[in-house]
Design a protein around this ligand. Structure first.
Ligand SMILES: Nc1ncnc2c1ncn2[C@@H]1O[C@H](COP(=O)(O)OP(=O)(O)OP(=O)(O)O)[C@@H](O)[C@H]1O
Ligand SMILES: [Mg+2]
Length: 341
């Protein structure tokens, strides 16, 4: 449904997006995860036809975004980083305006707006001026405008940014409901978001894709060596030497110590399971076995490891210069993104 091939975007000397390729299948939710400045917004702006790429190709719903931009845009709903609202319009006026420019037939507009307002839970704010909306409601109205023309593809740039915890859960639920009918790419910094909402994750750092996989596979892939946590009461003795003698154990490190109780992190060879042997040694020596469990890498660890590897491997190169010039894209009139979206 979405196909991105070798996309590159340069702003003068800054390469914001560097040879990015990925696919999103119909009905799938893809999470676009990366630290600040990774190139998420830039990629999304290219996909929505809001700005051209320097190199590469992107196909959305069967249409090349550069060669058939109108067809591609008709099938795309876009929630930009800053929702493109008109401050002087009320919510319902604004949605009416967007419905018109998006070509929703006039006899369907009113019903469509009602449905979308219900769905995004903004009906109670219908007569509020856009300039008077709270951040969370602005975000929801932004989502509503992206959905108005019932697009096949939704591109959501940090849809939960600035929302309170209840709204975050509601938005996640809404996004999940929308998948299936719609193909969705959403960007985020929030790790639980991708594991809870997305089937697949693209992790980008400094414009480059560092991983594309399911959240589960990412965890598994990075767990090259298994680690165990073992807590023992052996009268405060240091047992690291004892445990490192066991076959299958690679490395032992003391991780915490409280009075006579010591916790160890034990790294083992992949595939082997030394838990029984460890338990036997501890109990057989008359020590107290208080805890023994596998340590799993969290998505957070994986993210940090992937993105810092990338940054470390780029060390020595000068740091990404933050361009001082104006961001032309950010300064276009608000409606421009709505038209494009
Ligand atoms: N209009 C522009 N002119 C010059 N450089 C730009 C422009 N827009 C973005 N950049 C640079 O491109 C890089 C990628 O920016 P982008 O906004 O795509 O990152 P992001 O992943 O969306 O970050 P964030 O999480 O902070 O939103 C950054 O180094 C940024 O400074
Ligand atoms: Mg961004």
């Amino acid at each position: 449904m979405i196909e991105v091939q070798h996309l590159t975007k340069r702003y003068g000397p800054v390469t914001a997006v560097d040879d990015v390729s990925f696919r999103v299948e119909r009905g799938e939710i893809l999470g676009f995860l990366g630290p600040n400045g990774a190139g998420k917004t830039t990629t999304m702006r290219i996909l929505t036809g809001y700005m051209p790429a320097t190199e590469g190709r992107a196909v959305v719903a069967g249409f090349d975004v550069f060669e058939q931009p109108i067809e591609a845009k008709r099938r795309t709903g876009y929630l930009p980083e800053t929702p493109p609202l008109y401050p002087d319009m009320s919510v319902v006026e604004y949605l009416g305006f967007v419905a018109r420019i998006k070509g929703v037939p006039s006899n369907e507009r009113a019903a469509r707006i009602e449905t979308i307002m219900e769905r995004t839970r903004i009906a109670d704010m219908r007569h509020r001026l856009c300039s008077r909306l709270s951040k969370g409601y602005r975000q929801r109205v932004g989502l509503a405008q992206a959905l108005l023309h019932n697009p096949d593809v939704l591109i959501l740039d940090e849809p939960t940014a600035g929302l309170d915890p209840k709204q975050i859960i509601e938005t996640r639920e809404l996004v999940k409901e929308l998948a299936g009918d719609h193909t969705i790419i959403l960007s985020t910094h929030i790790l639980p978001e991708v594991s809870q909402t997305c089937q697949r994750v693209v992790i980008i750092a400094k414009g480059r894709v560092v991983a594309v996989d399911t959240p589960e596979n990412l965890t598994a892939r990075l767990r090259g060596a298994n680690s165990l946590y073992l807590q023992v009461d052996a009268g405060g003795a240091d047992l690291a030497g004892v445990f490192s003698q066991l076959p299958g154990v690679r490395r032992v490190a003391e991780s915490d110590r409280r009075d006579l109780i010591v916790g160890y992190e034990i790294e083992t060879e992949t595939g082997g399971d030394v838990r029984r042997e460890l338990a036997r040694v501890v109990v057989g020596s008359g020590w107290g076995l208080l805890e023994l469990r596998p340590m799993r890498l969290s998505l957070e660890d994986i993210f940090l490891s992937l993105t810092t590897e990338e940054i470390e491997s780029a060390a020595g190169e000068p740091a990404d210069p933050e361009p001082a010039g104006p961001e032309p894209a950010a300064q276009e009139p608000a409606a421009q993104e709505a038209v494009n979206g």
